[in-house]
Write a protein that binds this ligand. Structure first.
Ligand code: SF4
Length: 444
């Protein structure tokens, strides 16, 4: 299981693509009305490392050492990838160590006016920036950018990339009717596109449910007409269609976890998942059914069918004032329904339901907080003992399907007879014990 690498997915424009996500969910300079990842939670224009580079490189090595068949390795995921200061280093590493793979960067283009960002992308094979309008008013209505971003500067930045970059630039235009589909809007946009001179234009429309429910997909005829207008017969243009089938096998056998991980990044139909995993539709539906019953996944009708997405729960975005301790991957808070005074929960930031689905780094981070949580309790609550436990799965009593470790301080006299507490809580029937007590090979 990896934290930064996802897929391979069948991307609508890049074929079989392995995704690299360098950002915490969801960090972006924009909060687009059509974003398939939901509202931006960290709306920022500040570039940061976010994660140790070695962590990303080890995950890449782990996946790429199996030599998967790929059309592209793509920087995409939970926001704007150029916000990561690591992007240049990771591209260089891929080009040096895995030169046979092509590298693509999907960017909203907002930081391309910065020299250093353009330099960091120089070794990519393909850059796909977005430009959906040339007017500042429409730019703000569609993308809801962080303060200070101007569409004029962004157009200049993409133009500068065109001057300096010898590989392919495909310009994405996302249609949000009626905002950017009026004659005046399209005419100004076409002028801007002609000054940039991309290798291709890719006209994109809503395929999955967007952040705002009013965003709609244009009629096919309208899309066709706009596409012809933007191209003017001069620049090749594609309409990004529905994903197409390719044959692919999953190189991991952790299929449920793979589905969970993929859905945590973007909603997909069951058909999308069959394409990504190579699983039979019946198998996908069975696994989705389990994840829905467990409260991990929800479904929502979209234009292209039923979309499945991870349910973001009360543990996903904690208020700063409830967090007692935190590190890079996890945080610690008081339980709202304490079993004893000071009852703590240790929770990973990433939405993941099971302890068996977390990365080594997350595991270490969580146990570190258990240790620090004990110091906190010793200092402020003075307990004389602890219970440490995890309910993993509905049959084990898990109610919030976001992993959490309970750290329960114990006090003299807090219950009448504390002896063998776990055994007393889990008093299953004698018959069950008889059935389950031995490995199946030893049973008759
Ligand atoms: S669509 Fe892309 S640029 Fe827009 S908010 Fe989502 S991640 Fe950011």
């Amino acid at each position: 299981m990896t934290h930064h690498i996802f897929g391979p997915v069948v991307s609508r424009r890049l074929g079989r693509s392995l995704g690299i996500d360098l950002l915490p969910f969801k960090t972006c300079t924009y909060n687009c009305v059509y974003c398939e990842c939901g509202p931006t939670t960290t709306h920022s224009g500040r570039r940061e490392e976010f994660f140790p580079v070695q962590e990303i490189i080890s995950e890449l090595d782990c996946v790429l050492s199996k030599k998967p068949e790929l059309d592209y390795i793509t920087f995409a995921g939970s926001g704007e990838p150029t916000l990561s200061l690591l992007i240049g280093r990771v591209i260089s590493y891929l080009k040096e160590k895995y030169p046979d793979y092509k590298v693509a960067v999907l960017t909203n283009g907002s930081l391309l006016s910065l020299n250093e960002v353009r330099m960091e992308l120089m070794q990519a094979d393909l850059v796909i920036p977005t430009l959906s309008t040339a007017s500042q008013e429409m730019f703000e209505r569609i993308h809801r950018p962080v303060q200070g971003l101007s569409v004029k500067t962004i157009i200049e930045g993409i133009g500068a990339l065109r001057e300096e970059f010898s590989n392919q630039i495909w310009l994405e235009v996302f249609l949000v009717p009626p905002l950017n589909t009026t004659d005046n809007e399209l005419s100004n946009l076409r002028d801007a596109i002609y000054t940039i001179r991309p290798d291709r234009i890719q006209v994109n429309t809503l395929d999955r449910p967007g952040t705002e429910s009013w965003v709609r997909t244009p009629d096919p005829e309208e899309t066709e007409k706009i596409t012809e207008f933007l191209s003017g017969g001069v620049i090749p243009v594609d309409i990004i269609g529905k994903e197409t089938d390719t044959s692919h096998e999953l190189y991991s056998d952790e299929i449920s976890l793979h589905i969970e991980e993929t859905l945590s990044r973007r909603p997909c139909t069951a058909e999308d998942i069959t394409h990504m995993t190579g699983l039979h539709m019946n198998e996908v539906m069975k696994k989705l059914g389990c994840l829905i019953r467990q409260g991990v996944v929800q479904s929502k009708q979209g234009e292209r069918g039923i979309f499945y997405s991870i349910i973001r729960c009360i543990f996903c975005s904690p208020d700063a004032n409830v967090v007692i301790l935190r590190n890079e991957y996890a945080y610690c808070r008081l339980d709202d329904y304490p079993v004893t005074p000071g009852h703590l929960l240790i929770i990973p930031f990433r939405h993941v339901s099971s302890f068996f689905a977390i990365t080594e780094a997350e595991q270490t981070a969580m146990w570190d907080l258990v240790r620090l949580g004990k110091h906190y309790l010793d200092r402020f609550y003075h307990p004389e003992g602890y219970n440490i436990g995890i309910n993993d799965g509905i049959v084990a009593g898990q109610t919030v399907m976001h992993l959490h470790i309970h750290l329960i301080p114990r006090y003299p006299g807090d219950i009448d007879d504390p002896k063998g507490w776990v055994h007393r809580i889990l008093k299953v029937s004698e018959t069950m014990l008889e059935l389950k007590d031995y490995p199946s090979s030893q049973k008759n």
